[in-house]
Design a protein around this ligand. Structure first.
Ligand code: ZN
Length: 90
């Protein structure tokens, strides 16, 4: 849904998950899980991105290296993951 929602959005999302959903390092370190216990959470590209972003395995937000402004996450069918970070003016 995230990818479908993002595909038609001119501005995209400034982050993958809301900041309050990003887990604290202590909470991440305290997690005990097996891959099978998270199958439903990682069964689509969007839920997988959200799962790894919540655990700080990928960046939840990106700043433009040229202007320092937050980049937007937008849908892009041509790239492997289906989304990419971009600035509106590029
Ligand atoms: Zn920029």
């Amino acid at each position: 849904m995230l990818l479908q929602e993002m595909a038609g959005r001119p501005q995209g999302c400034a982050c993958i998950v809301p900041l309050y959903k990003v887990m604290a390092p202590a909470a991440i370190a305290g997690e005990r899980w097996r891959l099978g216990s998270h199958v439903m959470e990682i069964n689509t590209t969007e839920t997988c991105l959200q799962w790894v972003a919540r655990r700080r395995l990928i960046r939840n937000e990106v700043q433009c290296t040229r202007c320092g402004q937050p980049a937007s996450l937008v849908g892009r069918a041509e790239c492997g993951v289906g989304v990419h970070w971009t600035m509106a003016q590029y």
